[in-house]
Design a protein around this ligand. Structure first.
Ligand code: 5GP
Length: 184
């Protein structure tokens, strides 16, 4: 069933499509890491819902940890400045780490996180994103697993917010431009 929120221009990806793709990603990741245990690191808050669904589709043993970084705030443009607001609780040296992020856009956030985590000497580090907006890339970053490639539109739902709102929506929606551009 397609649900259209009043602030949305249209539904880009339905909850059913997300669920199918997350299951596929879980199967692929479980195959690739067969026989290993991994530490799944979720980037708060955007990746929380995706991560919760993804880890339940994994058949290998997992541990979870979280980081929070500063991102757009109330704007829809990346500042390019990444700041760690919450760091990992555990030492990741020697661990197989899977970094889970909601979306890769300019690539600045993931590039920063990747370089930061690599200095801590994990056994391996891979990246899984739900969405990829390749048209806006400023820094090349290798994404090992991705759910959907999307066009250059500002999306919300399934963990993604605008100004803290819409994270609980089940579908991924293109937000109406007037919602974030002051009504013009
Ligand atoms: P990047 O550093 O790759 O430009 O941006 C990554 C972060 O920007 C994401 O974690 C997310 O918080 C935010 N972002 C980028 N594009 C979108 C979008 O279309 N919708 C929302 N809600 N956030 C986005």
């Amino acid at each position: 069933m397609v649900r259209v929120h009043p602030d949305a221009e249209r539904v880009l990806i339905t909850a059913e499509e997300i669920s199918r793709r997350v299951k596929e990603l879980g199967e692929e990741i479980s195959r690739d890491y067969a026989g290993k245990e991994i530490l799944v690191v979720g980037i708060l808050k955007g990746a929380a819902i995706f991560m919760a669904d993804l880890v339940r589709c994994l058949t290998i043993p997992v541990q979870l940890d979280f980081m929070a970084v500063s991102s757009y705030g109330a704007s829809t443009e990346s500042s390019g400045v990444v700041r760690i607001l919450k760091d990992l609780e555990e030492n990741i040296e020697g661990l197989d780490v899977l970094l889970v992020e909601d979306i890769v856009d300019t690539g600045l956030t993931l590039n920063y996180l990747r370089e930061n985590l690599l200095t801590r000497n994990p056994a391996s580090l891979k990246i899984c994103t739900l969405l990829d907006k390749p048209s806006r890339r400023k820094v090349q970053v290798k994404v090992d697993y991705n759910g959907f490639v999307i066009p250059d539109e500002f999306v919300v739902g399934y963990g993604l917010d605008y100004n803290g709102r819409y994270r609980n929506l089940r579908d991924i929606l293109v937000l109406k431009r007037e919602v974030y551009s002051g009504g013009c």
